[in-house]
Design a protein around this ligand. Structure first.
Ligand code: FEO
Length: 394
């Protein structure tokens, strides 16, 4: 698909993969985006998962016929994009692999490729004689070698994973030709799960790009952003600053239903307090990737779980570890929990709430053995306190 006089989309859709990185469910599939930029010289920007190589070759030929590819620009080495490097080298042995020092050492480590290479540095350029590429190093967004490539004539940014999202590209690739509704929540899920740990590095990349005039962003996953480009940059900025929207992610685990009744009471309190925007997740039912996404999305986070093995209910421990691993910060946190003979869950959740600039809101609610009317009152009070705090904007 032609994007400009000099740029083609040659990526593929994967509707078979169950879990991205072996972890994250893909209800709408995923695209592996690759692009051709052609002046008198031809550059290919990233490749695709190697299972799609034969389709990929056909698409490259549809774009440029029998012209040879002079350069392979590698913005990112994760194998969903670098996977076809060895096959590409077999097809076109003279292609020059372009990357920064870390990229080139990874090419060697993953694929053991000899042949021509070109090392680029921050700000260096490559003249394609009719198009011109400029490189910006963006380490740890979300791998150490990541970089972005700007085509300076058309103001097109090839951004690697940044600004990407899950979801296949059905029939079209540019945002103006697609109903983009399904991509926005999938962008939050993609960002929070995969890039979420690296907010500071994303901020550094955004600073490097500030002041650069952009007409389109071509990520390695999801739509080519044109009309909605500013909204995409805003979303990445907000998420990487760990700014939450006014709402609550309420996560609870339960074994015999008592903690679930407490969760319902907290939800009632949220609603009584006038809060409508909250997502409830039952551990063991919701996939963790959606919980992580909603924890990044909303300013409020309420966590509730039973005590288990003198510690935290294991599925809640996993979520707490997932959020700590992504350095989730600046959240308003409410906690509740239960125990049968020795309370531990609430203590653990309070310790989590004390980290990373998070703030404990309301009275923690700890329930011994069965759920009673007084426990419901305390749960509703916690929900109301959280709603008031969120809606006050403080
Ligand atoms: Fe889409 Fe980080 O690879």
């Amino acid at each position: 698909m032609k994007l400009t006089d000099h740029i083609w989309y040659v990526g593929v859709n994967d509707r078979d993969k169950e879990r991205f990185e072996g972890l994250w469910p893909l209800p709408y599939g995923v695209s592996y985006n690759s692009y051709i930029v052609a002046g008198d010289k031809v550059a290919l920007i990233d490749t695709v998962d190697n299972r799609f190589f034969s389709q990929f070759v056909e698409q490259v030929k549809d774009a440029i016929g029998e012209r040879k590819i002079d350069y392979l620009i590698i913005n990112h080495m994760e194998p969903d994009h670098s996977g076809s490097i060895a096959l590409l080298r077999q097809w076109m042995p003279d292609v020059c692999i372009v990357g920064n020092r870390k990229t080139l050492s990874m090419v060697d480590g993953y694929y053991g490729q000899g042949g021509p290479t070109l090392e680029v540095t921050q700000g260096s350029t490559l003249d394609l004689e009719g198009a011109r590429l400029q490189f910006t190093l963006t380490p740890m967004v979300h791998w150490p070698e990541t970089m972005m490539t700007l085509e300076t004539e058309s103001h097109t940014l090839f951004s690697g994973d940044a600004f990407g999202c899950f979801g296949t590209l059905d029939g079209a690739v540019v945002d103006t030709d697609l109903d983009t509704a399904k991509y926005w929540p999938e962008m939050v899920r993609y960002y929070s799960n995969i890039v979420g740990k690296y907010g500071a590095q994303v901020q550094m990349a955004l600073r490097k790009l500030s002041g650069v005039h952009l007409e389109r962003i071509c990520s390695t996953h999801g739509p080519v952003w044109t009309d909605q480009l500013q909204e995409v940059v805003k979303t990445y900025n907000r998420l990487s600053l760990y700014e939450g929207e006014p709402g609550v992610c309420l996560v609870y685990g339960t074994m015999y239903g008592h903690t679930e009744r407490m969760a319902e009471a907290v939800a009632e309190g949220l609603a009584q307090g006038g809060l409508k925007r909250f997502a409830m997740h039952k551990l063991g039912h919701s996939d963790p990737s959606y919980i992580i996404a909603d924890a990044f999305r909303y300013k409020g986070l309420v966590l509730g779980a039973p005590t288990y093995n003198n510690g935290l209910f294991p599925l809640m421990q996993q979520i707490v570890d997932d959020l700590q691993g992504r350095v989730l910060k600046n959240r308003l946190i409410g906690v509740f929990g239960s125990f049968s003979w020795a309370g531990q869950a609430v203590k653990h959740l309070q310790a989590f709430a004390a980290q990373n600039g998070n703030t404990l809101v309301g009275e923690p609610v700890e329930m011994k053995q069965g759920f009673a009317a007084a426990d419901g009152d305390r749960g509703r009070a916690l929900g109301r306190a959280m709603a008031e705090r969120i809606l006050s904007g403080k």
